[in-house]
Design a protein around this ligand. Sequence first.
Ligand code: AMP
Length: 329
Amino acid sequence: MVKKRVLQGMRPTGHLHLGNYLGTAKGMLALQEDPNYETFYMVADLHGMTTPFDPKKIMLESREVILDYLSCGLDPKKSALFLQSSLADLHVQLAYYFSTVVTVARMQHLPTYKEKVKQYPENVTMALLNYPILMAADILIYKASMVPVGMDQEPHMEVTREIARKMNLLYGLGFPEPRSLETKSRYIPSLTGEGKMSKSVEGSYINLTDNLETIKERLAKVPTDSGKGNKIPEGGGVYTLLTIVELFQGLEKRTKYEKEYKRSGIKYQDLKNELAEAIFKDLEPIQKKRRELEKDRAYIDNALKDGTERARAVASKTVKEVKEKMGLI
Ligand code: AMP
């Protein structure tokens, strides 16, 4: 049986948060366990360089992502784990070939690009503009057809499919048109009540490494209302709380709170305390595994070495094929 391939990458910009975990890591795990798929999971450290970064920290933070992956249950025997920069010669090379079929205007109009320009007006670099092209190369270099990403990455997935189509049409290549894994947690809203949970917005997230007290503190700051009303909020802090309640305590619990909202009223302090306990119950085993793995440097080194070799074998074949079809060999 020919297995379908999966690629996913996380930027090394701090610890994973609940958005990364629910929006991506859970899907990565499910696909790893599915015999129909072959999984390639990387740390997107080159993508981490598209916004300001500290050269003294980037490698350490990449290892933190690998630790997070492993503690969530990713298994280096089943999934190839590697750093994007370990294969920069191939990924960046392919991104360059792809850039010959993408216009500057297409990149400049992407909402993800515009957001970053607003966030980092002093850092509007070519690397930032090229972000989606490198992502397309990351995915297509493994001919991956499935990508477990959050909703925020959808515009980049569209660019990837466009590139695949163009390369196939112009050069007779056989790239798949990859799609995102559909899950009900592809968009985790921010604890601030505005936008999505994000590493770059302080106060918006709960980290996978947070202890119960920290989770309680973070939830305590979520803005709420009087707890009562005719219409269930479809945005803001209350919406965020109800969304997370559903994901950690189930739909029934959410429905119960929604009924209370329309009748007797929600007591937010109780809701937040119960929710904190439920989140921590899920995170505790992950944190325990993390503490064990932290002591085992060799395990992580070996996982990366093996994963890089497996990824290189596939990636180098694709680059050779593209070079041939583009007339370079
Ligand atoms: P990043 O931190 O931007 O490298 O994102 C890593 C992965 O987590 C990507 O697949 C994102 O789509 C996903 N992700 C990030 N934030 C969220 C969120 N708030 N909800 C769902 N998925 C998310």
